[in-house]
Design a protein around this ligand. Structure first.
Ligand code: PLP
Length: 398
């Protein structure tokens, strides 16, 4: 039988999806499962988004569209950037794709040769490392421990940049930790980056979900001269409750944006008209739903932290954005739950799922095996019940 390309031996299925699938299978078999596993915002977009989609259906052109993305979508994304204070980009600096993940893959494909080094602050979103592996690039993990609030320091960044470094991945607010860099912290990292001729992908997908009145800062606002090497990666998935619609947009220097347009022309050709219209409407329409959801997520974050505070031994840096918490649970390794030994994060998650029907993701999936990730966008009653079960589980560890 003919074989697959060598690079496919390096392509792994998502570890997060594996947990989600197991939880789904248990639920299908009749178990009462509460899943904190997948990073979905769990709300639907506004009626104006559906109206735009219906209108697009009614006026279907029946044609192919543009490789860069339709102008109303590109303009909508530019408006979205301006609302965050990021001005000065034009249509020629932006391109649309099938979600942030697709643009990320294409961007990394366009930038990286085999053996190039990519610096990945760790804990990381799993896909960053998975794409490096597929492309044969070397992901160098920059460990940012709970003691440092899971944040990269300027000194760490400066020391890590070497002759083989081509790309740095920066995700703020962060998946999996929910941590947000303060304006001063962003500026300090930007001050390092201006001294080095390397590409930076700034994954801004959670930047409308920042809590506690913390001001948002971006690398290109802190040091505008970084615009010639920073790529801004975004999508409607999290901000507008549209993960399944699969629309992302990125902004950056024309060279990389044009490269991604060329890649689009070779595989997707264009985004569908209906999803394009829906995403454009999300960007240009009323912004009250994302603002309300941000307040709701902050309240849920507080509920989760209050629950963790009742579990002695859990250490959880306070997340100020996104919708994740990433507690350090390593104090419980070496304990038992009934007859089950808990030696590490994977065993802890597995025992929790078996004993209480609660699915959370082992931190090792994100490069930090001392921790576990919870996505807390569940409806209120499920969230409360899930947290009660987690508290009961930890109380029973001995
Ligand atoms: C940090 C981060 N970047 C990108 C994505 C992918 O987003 P999209 O749905 O736009 O592909 C996710 C989704 O979980 C994410 O957490």
């Amino acid at each position: 039988m003919p074989t697959l390309a060598q690079r496919m031996s390096r392509a792994r299925p998502s570890a997060i999806m594996a947990v989600a699938m197991k939880a789904k299978a248990m639920a299908a078999a009749g178990r009462d499962v509460i899943s904190f596993s997948i990073g979905v915002p769990n709300f639907l977009p506004g009626e104006h988004v559906y109206a735009a989609a219906r209108e697009a259906l009614d006026h279907d052109s029946g044609n192919y569209g543009t490789n860069r993305g339709r102008e109303d979508l590109l303009d909508g994304f530019l408006e979205h950037l301006r609302r965050a204070g990021i001005d000065g980009y034009e249509r020629r600096h932006v391109v649309a794709g099938i979600g942030n993940k697709h643009l990320l893959f294409n961007t990394m494909y366009a930038l990286l040769e085999e053996g190039d080094e990519v610096l990945v602050p760790t804990p990381y979103w799993t896909t960053y490392v998975d794409i490096c592996d597929i492309l044969g690039a070397t992901a160098t993990l920059l460990h940012c421990p709970p003691e440092a609030d899971y944040k990269l320091t300027p000194a760490q960044l400066e020391a890590a940049i070497g002759p083989k470094t081509r790309l740095i991945l920066f995700n703020n607010p962060s998946n999996p930790t929910g941590m947000v860099y303060t304006p001063d912290e962003v500026r300090a990292l930007a001050d390092v980056l201006v001294r080095h001729d390397v590409w930076v992908i700034s994954d801004d997908i959670y930047n409308r979900m920042i809590f506690d009145g913390l001001p948002y800062q971006h690398l290109v606002l802190a040091r505008p001269e970084l615009r010639d090497r920073v790529i801004l990666m975004d999508s409607v998935s999290k901000t507008y409750g549209m993960p399944g619609w699969r629309v992302g947009c990125m902004a950056g220097p024309e060279s990389i944006v044009d490269a991604v347009v060329r890649l689009n022309s070779n595989h997707i050709t264009n985004l569908p008209e209906v999803t394009t219209a829906a995403a454009a409407a999300a960007y240009t329409g009323p912004q009250d739903i994302p603002e309300r959801m941000c307040r709701e997520f902050q309240a849920k974050r507080d509920q989760v932290l209050a629950s963790f505070a009742r579990i002695p031994g859990i250490r959880c840096p306070k997340p100020q954005g996104a919708f994740y918490v990433f507690p350090d649970v390593s104090a419980f390794f070496g304990k038992r739950h009934g007859g089950t030994a808990i030696g590490n994060d994977v065993e802890l998650c597995s025992a929790l799922l078996e004993a209480e029907g609660v699915a959370i993701v082992p931190g090792s999936a994100f490069g930090e095996p001392r921790a576990v990730r919870l996505s807390y966008t569940l409806p209120p009653a499920q969230l409360t019940e899930g947290l009660a079960r987690i508290e009961r589980f930890f109380a029973a560890l001995a």
